[in-house]
Write a new protein. Structure first.
Length: 181
């Protein structure tokens, strides 16, 4: 089976559950940003030290697949059975908050803005944080005109906080001081 289909060569794409839209459609943009975020987290995961919150970040990647799948389905009732696997329970937001609180126990309190950077791991986590913020903005924009599950915006908001905290943790564990503004 070929990876290419040529189906999108005219700038349109199929949605999950039926229908075609322009590749510039807000819905496509929203799930595209979530896909980019997932890749950014994958890059951070692949960077040493790989064991820094690896299981947590992988579980987040799975959550992002769930979010993307649901965003790609403008009429979820049509594909309810397929979306059963893509549910994102509200407890996932709580899990992110718990991870932030646990990481914070190792970190000095903040009293200034932190410049993104430090170790490669921290820099990639900061980059993932900014992609997360962009994905959140796209989903907020989509939610102004279409139905979006209520938990997506809080999840991404908390995820960006977690990625920031993990970037600081990566620097801290490598004995690299955060540079502040």
């Amino acid at each position: 089976m070929a990876i290419y289909t040529r189906a999108g060569d005219k700038g349109r794409t199929a949605l999950f559950g039926g229908g075609k839209v322009s590749k510039s459609d807000l819905r496509v943009s929203a799930y595209g940003e979530v896909d980019e975020l997932n890749s950014a987290i994958g890059a951070a995961l692949a960077c040493a030290p790989e064991d820094l919150c690896g299981d947590l970040l992988e579980s987040i990647q799975r959550d992002l697949f769930s979010i993307g799948g649901q965003l790609a389905a403008p009429e979820p009732a049509k594909v309810a059975n397929s979306l059963e696997r893509a549910k994102l329970p509200p407890s996932r937001v709580t899990a992110l908050e718990t991870a932030i609180d646990e990481a914070d126990t190792e970190l000095a309190p903040l009293d200034a803005f932190v410049l993104p950077g430090g170790t490669m791991k921290a820099a990639l986590l900061h980059q993932a944080r900014t992609v997360c913020r962009r994905a959140e903005r796209e989903i907020v924009a989509l939610a102004e005109t279409a139905s979006v599950p209520n938990e997506f915006i809080p999840y991404l908001n908390r995820l960006s906080d977690l990625l920031f905290t993990l970037a600081r943790l990566a620097n801290h564990r490598a004995n690299v001081s955060d540079k502040t503004w």
